[in-house]
Design a protein around this ligand. Structure first.
Ligand code: FAD
Ligand code: NAD
Length: 465
């Protein structure tokens, strides 16, 4: 077996791992990165990017179909149809461009990529079953673990056949006639909306009483209304019990204990993801854990000296931008800089229709933390840009301290609000007060005016409501 030496070895080439490798190499740290599948990880290959591309296809198709009906805009279209193969080809093209770009960036910055599956030998040694067939041992001073996460499987409805995870649901070869989705969280709703708009009959089975239960009820209400308008059938307070005989349906139990069968050609199980800690001898390091995630401090150090961990492997929130930010912190610390992962807020965006954004604390969270706060909401129904985009549903809400008006949180739901996430984050990270945001000139006509107006409303001087 050939042996190689490096200063930093990164295991996993997702958003966490590839960013860490790029940054470390930029800082002059000799760096190798091992990736068992394609560079870019879950996010670029089977997560964020292909899902958003599919959602875009679905939105365009749905809009075209609406125009074929009775469009108030005066647009008329005859018999729209979707060539799913072509749509998937377009989506895959975006993935290829981005993953190719990651490879080029790693190369440009001098990080060496090894294709193959890594198995841990000890905190400084990793064996790689290389894609080339040749086995390799890599010895390093610093080991950075960025192996990501995997979908949670339901014992009663294991993956296989017509039971798929998000990966399968991003690659259907035809629009399923009847799609049953288990889980009304991020994946269930993003993909549930998309396949409904592409023509599938969609039923959603959710264990809690709400869709998007991690967001507050006022925020998820417009999403619930949109699901109902689209004709998505909701089974809240229900769990999946198993496949029906013949596999063409899902047995579901409601809280009242009655069992019924939902007909299904495909079943998407999206009940969460768990850190990928199994299958590469991680347990041999006996690292301290936080639940089923690897425990790290605010520099992404694990309990073993010079072994670091970032991204989904370190638990919630399992988001690509958190993984990237941790990757940067870990790389800088390994290079000898002093850096901490201590964001005031990590933005969360759900790409449903309407979209949902939450950054920082809600009023309820702030009150629970003992902070006297105030909150105000500006509806898109009073925003000219929203009207011109046919998206007047939803609002922007701001939460601020009562005593000094320091902004603690933002929540928004509406068409295109994902792009407001940056403004929300800036305000919180830069310590803005209501007066700061209320006093800034926001371009007209934009959705951003609702950001300013919510701050003005909290100050009791909204102009357009
Ligand atoms: P990953 O991206 O999972 O990368 C880990 C990599 O490690 C993988 O490529 C894997 O092959 C490799 N690996 C694992 N073990 C080994 C080993 N032993 N040897 C070699 N290589 C190994 N997040 C957002 O912020 N926004 C979104 O819109 C969004 N949409 C999503 C949509 C879907 C359908 C899914 C499933 C996820 C989505 N996410 C989204 C979450 C996001 O994909 C993850 O948070 C992010 O990819 C985590 O990055 P990571 O680097 O920690 O791990
Ligand atoms: P999730 O945690 O967002 O939602 C899971 C849902 O399944 C919850 O509503 C939960 O109550 C429900 N559930 C759990 N067990 C159930 C059962 N047995 N029967 C019925 N319902 C059940 O998980 P997800 O949608 O699988 O997404 C996984 C992770 O991927 C997310 O937490 C997020 O970190 C990431 N992600 C992010 C984005 C984004 O940022 N836009 C998009 C997709 C995925």
């Amino acid at each position: 077996m050939q042996t190689k030496q490096t200063t930093l070895l990164v295991v996993g080439g997702g958003p966490g791992g590839y960013v860490a490798a790029i940054r470390a190499a930029q800082l002059g740290v000799p760096t190798m990165l091992v990736e068992g599948e394609a560079l870019g990880g879950t996010c670029l290959n089977v997560g964020c990017i292909p899902s958003k591309a599919l959602i875009h296809v679905a939105e365009q198709f749905d809009a075209t179909r609406r125009y074929a009906g009775n469009s108030p805009l005066g647009i008329h279209v005859d018999k729209p149809r979707i060539e799913l193969g072509q749509a998937m080809g377009w989506k895959n093209g975006i993935v290829d461009r981005l993953t190719g770009g990651v490879g080029a960036l790693l190369k440009k910055n001098g990080a060496q990529v090894v294709r193959g599956w890594a198995t841990i030998v000890d905190g400084k040694t990793v064996d790689v079953k290389a894609a080339s067939g040749e086995d390799l041992r890599i010895q390093c001073e610093h080991l950075l673990l960025a192996t990501g996460s995997e979908p949670v499987e339901l014992k009663a409805v294991p993956f296989g056949g017509n039971v798929v995870s998000s990966t399968g649901a991003l690659a259907f070869s035809e629009v399923p006639k009847r799609l049953v989705v288990v889980g009304a969280g991020y994946i269930g709703l993003e993909l549930g909306f998309a396949w409904r708009k592409l023509g599938a009959e969609v039923a959603i089975v959710e264990a809690t009483d709400r869709v998007l239960p991690t967001y507050d009820e006022e925020l998820s209400r417009p999403v619930l209304a949109a699901l109902k308008r689209l004709g998505v059938t909701l089974h809240l307070g229900c769990t999946a019990e198993g496949l029906a005989e013949g596999g063409k349906g899902l047995r579901v139990r409601s809280r009242q204990a009655d069992e019924f069968v939902l007909p299904a050609d495909q079943v998407l199980v999206a009940v969460g993801r768990r850190p990928k800690t199994r299958g590469f001898n991680l347990e041999s390091l006996q690292l301290d854990m936080a639940g089923n995630a690897v425990k790290v401090d605010d520099q992404c150090r694990t309990s073993m000296r010079n072994v670091w961990a970032i991204g989904d492997l370190t638990g919630e929130p399992m988001l690509a931008h958190r993984a990237m930010a941790q990757g940067e912190v870990a790389a800088e610390c390994i290079a000898g800089h002093r850096k901490h992962f201590a964001p005031l807020a990590i933005p969360a965006v759900c790409f449903t229709d309407p979209e949902v954004v939450a950054v920082g604390q809600t009023g309820e969270q702030a009150s629970k933390a003992g902070i006297a706060c105030q909150s105000a909401l500006f509806p898109f129904a009073a925003n000219g840009r929203a009207m011109s985009l046919e998206g007047t549903e939803g609002f922007v809400r701001v939460v601020a301290r009562k005593d000094n008006h320091l902004i603690l949180g933002w929540q928004a739901v509406g068409t295109g609000v994902s792009e407001l996430a940056a403004a929300f984050s800036y305000a919180i990270e830069m310590g803005a007060r209501l007066e700061d945001v209320g006093g800034i000139i926001h371009a007209h006509p934009t959705l951003g005016e609702a950001v300013q107006e919510s701050a003005l409303r909290a100050l009791g001087r909204a102009l357009h409501i």
